[in-house]
Structures are given as C-alpha cells and as structure tokens.
Design a protein around this ligand. Structure first.
Ligand code: GLN
Length: 259
C-alpha cells in the first residue's frame, strides 16, 4: 500500500510539473501580449488586399485569423512594404510575416518558415498585341517587377543564372504599379505571381498572361528564429486546419477551381 502511495505521489508530481510548463506557454511575448501581430503588404490580391471598408482581406488574412483563433490570440494585421517584412519579423517587431511569401534559401537564412499552405507560380503579363509571345522573347526587354519579390530576384539575376540582368528590370514598390507601368508602355512585361496577375489582368483591359510559367514556389508564414515555439504552434494549427478542410475552403473561395 505504501508503495502504491509513493508511485501515486510521483505520478502526481510529474503531472503537476508538465501542467506548470504548459501553463507558462513559453518565452514568446506573443503569448503574453495576447496578440498575434502579422506583417503583410495588402496589394497582393487575392492573398491580401484592401476590402471595401478599407480592412485587409484575402486568403492570408483569413488563414491567419483561423490560426490566431486556434492559438487563442487576437490577430492584428499591419500593412507594410513587402521588402520590410522579413527584417520586421527578424527583429521581433512583428510575430509573423504572411504575404504570399515564397520560401527561398536567402530568406531562410534570416527567418524560419512554417509548413507551406499554398503554391505560387511566377508568370509574365504582357499587352495582348505585343511582340512577347513566350519567355524566350524577354531578352533585351524592360521587365517590370515588384521590389524584393522572387520575380524581381529571378529577373535581375545574371543571364548565366537564368536571369535577364539588372539593367533590364524596373522594380516598383507595388505589383499594381508595375502593371500600370505596363499599361502606360514604360515596361514591356511584368513578372509576378499568377493569382495577383489574374486579378490585375481582369482589372486592366488589353493585358494577357503568357502560357509559359516561370517557376513553381511554396508560400509559407515567416516566423522569427527566436520563437521556435510559435513556429511549432503555427504548424500544428495549419495541420489541423488543413485536415479539417478549412484551408481549401478559404483558397477555393478566392480562387475558384475552374479559373
Ligand atoms: N511570392 C512572391 C515573393 O515571395 C511575391 C510575394 C508578394 O509580392 N507579396 O517574393
């Protein structure tokens, strides 16, 4: 009987210690402040854009809201330059960066990425009647891109690395500005992610997307390397939401399957 009491005491002690650890919730400020602060650039439809009432909406905003709900945190979305997202997350100013952001080896040097929740493809937008018929015709043309994006990085790379060289690239702070430059004839084409490209083509007459796709990429959520616990929780939330079909539901709402 005595032995049984001892074992019971030991089991209770272990349970207590585990519970105490769980209650602490880890070192992240995120948990203590009760907020999940997300940096994005709300000019990337359908992933993030300004809705009618000026609120940031889109696939990323909705997925982030469900993740915040899972983590029992209040979601706060900050609209900043795309090129400042990684450094902002790195410095701890923002808890997460979510902006149709592609996982790249360079970015992985500075932040961690969650598991991927969507695929991205770079495409080329041209004027319908223009001479560029395939990506082989891009050489020597002026390519419009969005500053700091993977489209910018690939296109500005040297020809030996599959790029077109910096002199052939003009970078704009927003994808929409690059598209306006195309409409105005300041650039010959725009290299950008496919889903926003489709939205931009819909919104501007006389534009079309080349059939050739440029690259295939994974979109994921950037988290500071100092907060591995938050990364783990986000991955667990993503896995649960995916299993429940919630991610597909959101994606299908914004990107109808037959489009
Ligand atoms: N997927 C691209 C990148 O990560 C573009 C993202 C964006 O413009 N919001 O660079």
């Amino acid at each position: 009987m005595k032995k049984f009491t001892k074992v019971l005491a030991l089991v209770l002690a272990v349970v207590f210690v585990v519970a105490a650890f769980a209650a602490c919730g880890g070192k992240g400020d995120t948990i203590e402040s009760g907020k999940l602060i997300m940096a994005t650039n709300a000019a990337f439809p359908p992933y993030e854009f300004l809705g009618e009432d000026g609120k940031i909406v889109g696939i990323d905003a909705e997925i982030a809201q469900l993740i915040a709900d899972e983590l029992k945190l209040e979601l706060v979305i900050e609209d900043i330059e795309f090129g400042s997202i990684i450094t902002g997350v790195q410095s701890g100013k923002y808890d997460i960066g979510m902006a149709g952001m592609t996982v790249t080896p360079e970015r992985l040097e500075n932040v961690n990425f969650s598991t991927s929740y969507a695929n991205g493809v770079q495409v080329v937008i041209v004027k319908e009647d223009f001479a560029i018929k395939s990506i082989d015709d891009l050489e020597g043309k002026m390519i419009g891109v969005q500053e700091g994006t993977t489209g910018h990085i690939y296109c500005a790379d040297t020809p030996e690395n599959g790029g077109y060289g910096e002199d052939n690239v003009t970078a704009y702070s927003k994808g929409a500005d690059a598209v306006q430059a195309l409409v105005a004839g300041k650039v010959d084409c725009v290299v950008i992610d496919r889903e926003p490209a489709k939205e931009f083509v819909k919104a501007n007459e006389g534009l079309t997307i080349l059939a050739t796709e440029f690259t295939n990429e994974d979109y994921a959520i950037a988290v500071s390397k100092d907060n591995p616990e938050l990364l783990e929780k986000i991955n667990a939330a993503l896995a649960k939401l995916e299993e429940e079909g919630k991610i597909d539901e959101i994606v299908n709402k914004y990107i109808p399957v037959n489009e």
